[in-house]
Design a protein around this ligand. Structure first.
Ligand SMILES: Cc1cc2nc3c(=O)[nH]c(=O)nc-3n(C[C@H](O)[C@H](O)[C@H](O)COP(=O)(O)OP(=O)(O)OC[C@H]3O[C@@H](n4cnc5c(N)ncnc54)[C@H](O)[C@@H]3O)c2cc1C
Length: 369
């Protein structure tokens, strides 16, 4: 596996340090980087604690937005167009609550359909990660030891004084991208290296002994799931079906990726560093044992996408055209990770920001035309 100092550059394959959207030791959110500098603009108004209820239409044109704030229904009118940015779970739900989606499903919610668009909510993808853990020898300084006792105090001080140390580091400071099959043109698996271990995702309580977690993650998924509104209540969560490992190939790739991680850790250069493989453990050997482990531990890498996916003319399941406009309607765009035709082969935050940057250019170009 080659060393790669920039896997967001021309070549993705290889191993290198994680690139982050961090400024002075802080994760830099879009609110911080984009909204804050624009807050004093006279043409910007931000409403908080506001739950979107539906887009308002006149015929097939979006003309505004209804939202609930402090229990009160309020409306905002659009001078030019309405943009939905509710994310891969929120945007399809909001479209369906607005009457846009599969007409039968919308009627079953007690909502009058505005536009039959059967792709809404279908096509959901999310990277799946299959964590494997090793107990390390000696005192290598993994997060397990550094976020504990007096060392944790030192880390706290280091962060306060210099914005350095564990508290300024990404969860996974090293990443690798590789191909499970040589005939593939580009990597289909990412391995996240977390210098720590815990038993379960729910409480993420770090172990007392040193450890390392390798998280092989599927990038090129065949499986697609769905997200749909379950009721007309905008506060009710939608039904999410990820359909994880829904195809033979996805399952095979997951197993190949985990076998590869074990192979890497069993290389002579690595063996001196660890005591034993904690998970899945050496009792997992056969294909069916690996598959069972994949099904047991596979979990979201928090990259949901593609539930209002963009597609070319003639693609009956595409929700958006190539300018992010909702097909068959006027004055309505969706701008977020749900627009991705398929989930990108890497983390989704920066690509979502790129979609938003592109949307801004498209809207400005339309306004100037
Ligand atoms: C725990 C976690 C860790 C992550 N770590 C990374 C990482 O390290 N690197 C990386 O690249 N990506 C990471 N991601 C993914 C990244 O955050 C997302 O890809 C990105 O935020 C997607 O942007 P979005 O605009 O599509 O959706 P979101 O950021 O989810 O924004 C959608 C917003 O719309 C709001 N909303 C939805 N419906 C309504 C409604 N009806 N009314 C009002 N508001 C509504 C939601 O509350 C939300 O605030 C992580 C995600 C999570 C959850």
């Amino acid at each position: 596996m080659p060393l790669n100092p920039d896997f967001n550059g021309a070549v993705q394959e290889g191993i290198g340090l994680t690139q982050t959207t961090t400024s002075k030791g802080w994760r830099n959110s879009t609110a911080q980087a984009y909204l804050k500098p624009a807050r004093s603009r006279p043409n910007l108004r931000v409403e908080t604690n506001a739950r979107g209820k539906r887009v308002l239409f006149e015929g097939k044109r979006a003309v505004g937005y209804e939202y609930i704030q402090n229990g009160q229904a309020k409306q905002a009118r659009a001078a030019r167009e309405v943009i939905i940015s509710g994310g891969a779970y929120g945007s399809p739900q909001l479209l369906e609550l607005s009457g846009v989606g599969d007409a039968e499903h919308i009627k079953s919610l007690g909502i009058e359909p505005v536009h039959h668009l059967p792709g809404v909510g279908n096509g959901l993808q999310d990277h799946q990660v299959f964590r494997m853990k090793w107990r390390l020898k000696g005192k290598p300084g993994t997060y397990n030891e550094r976020i504990r006792g007096l060392t944790a105090l030192g880390e706290g001080l280091k962060y306060i004084i210099a914005r350095k140390g564990v508290l300024s580091s990404p969860t996974n400071p090293i990443n690798a991208f590789f191909r499970t099959r040589p005939e593939l043109e580009t990597p289909d698996v990412q391995i996240q290296f977390f210098p720590g271990t815990y038993d379960n995702m729910r409480d993420r309580k770090l172990h007392h002994h040193p450890g390392v977690t390798l998280g092989p993650t599927l990038l090129r998924l065949e499986s697609r799931g769905s997200v749909h509104a379950r009721s007309s209540d905008p506060f009710a969560d939608p039904a999410i079906h990820t359909n994880v490992l829904g195809t033979e190939n996805d399952l095979k790739t997951a197993v190949d990726a985990m076998r590869y991680c074990r192979k890497v850790m069993e290389m002579p250069a690595m063996q001196g560093f660890y005591d034993h493989e904690m998970a899945p453990g050496k009792n997992v050997q056969s294909q069916s044992e690996w598959e069972a482990y994949a099904r047991e531990v596979g979990s979201s890498n928090w990259h949901p996408a593609s539930s209002c996916r963009m597609g070319p003319d003639g693609d009956a399941k595409a929700v958006l055209d190539t300018s992010l406009r909702v097909r068959g309607l006027q004055g309505l765009r969706v701008v977020d990770a749900s627009a991705m035709p398929m989930v990108v082969c890497g983390n989704t935050n920066a690509p979502t920001i790129m979609i938003a940057e592109k949307a801004a250019d498209l809207m400005l170009a339309d306004a100037r035309a």
